[in-house]
Design a protein around this ligand. Structure first.
Ligand SMILES: C[S@@+](CC[C@H](N)C(=O)[O-])C[C@H]1O[C@@H](n2cnc3c(N)ncnc32)[C@H](O)[C@@H]1O
Length: 263
């Protein structure tokens, strides 16, 4: 399972990422002539929102070919490229970089070096991403049930690919180390309520791209279709166990960062 496989279903299920993204767009106050880079744009649903705000140039990049295919179908008037953030080659071309729910997947140091080069003097980057090792106690509880199950012996080889820092200070230091002035940095605890079925869809829209991807297992023997099915079955059961009056409280820690570069 990776983002190519998630792509087609993504728009139906990416509720959580989208709400957080709209908030990031509001925080960024994109001007009507700003040139914007959407880094890790996914299926372009939020790039489309940005297209409504600015008449400037918009570029969306994502490492998943399928996501970019979806984005091209969805939004017109945007340049979309299959590209890794770490390989960005633009120089002084953007006023704003927008990156929603993707930063945890990046090599943070390399991404920030590339962001710095892409931005014009005084340009701004806005990042929203899950934060803290316990990024979602709700998801982690479900994953713990997998660890304690009969497929735990396979799951114990999983190595998280995600980049998380535990405090606002650490995120500020990271951005400052790359020459950014941090205007805003907050880790927010976001609590929403969902049926177990909805929750499984949310889990499917992002987390599975790591948990069910053999690439992120030190030993991937046994990470096959049967394992995936069993994994999701256990997660579903755990979500059902957590429900009170049919609803589960989903807790997510999210960091919002706005940072400016002066060259
Ligand atoms: C959870 S999705 C978020 C998509 C979109 N920004 C949104 O908020 O709906 C994360 C995206 O990051 C992309 N991605 C992961 N690693 C990447 C990298 N190194 N460079 C570019 N894109 C990457 C994935 O392909 C995926 O589309």
């Amino acid at each position: 399972m990776n983002f190519d496989e998630v792509a087609r279903e993504y728009s139906r299920v990416a509720i959580v990422q989208k709400n957080a993204g709209i908030r990031l767009i509001e925080l960024l106050r994109i001007g009507e002539k700003d040139d914007v880079l959407d880094a890790g744009c996914g299926n372009g649903a939020l790039t489309a929102v940005i297209r409504e705000i600015t008449k400037g140039r918009i570029v969306g990049i994502d490492s998943s070919r399928k996501m970019i295919e979806e984005a091209k179908k969805r939004v017109k008037g945007v340049e979309f490229y299959v590209m890794r953030v770490e390989d960005l080659e633009f120089e002084n071309e953007f006023d704003i970089i927008f990156s929603n729910s993707s930063f945890q997947w990046f090599d943070a140091d390399r991404a920030l070096e590339r962001f710095k080069a892409c931005l014009r003097d005084g340009g701004k980057v806005g990042v929203q991403a899950p934060a803290r090792k316990d990024y979602s106690p709700t998801f982690l509880r479900a994953v713990e049930a997998v660890r304690n199950s009969e497929i735990g012996k396979i799951f114990k080889h999983f190595r998280s690919p995600w980049f998380f820092l535990d405090s606002e200070e650490e995120y500020i230091k990271l951005f400052e180390r790359h020459g950014f002035e941090v205007e805003h940095c907050r880790i927010e605890k976001v609590v929403t309520r969902h049926t177990p079925e909805e929750l499984l869809k949310i889990f499917n829209s992002g987390a599975v791209a790591a948990y069910l991807n053999p690439k992120f297992y030190e030993k991937a023997d046994g990470v096959d279709e049967a394992y995936r099915r069993k994994f999701l079955e256990i997660v579903r059961r755990e979500f059902e166990n957590m429900a009170i009056n049919g609803l589960v409280e989903l807790v997510f820690y999210r960091v919002y960062i706005l940072a400016v570069i002066f060259k």
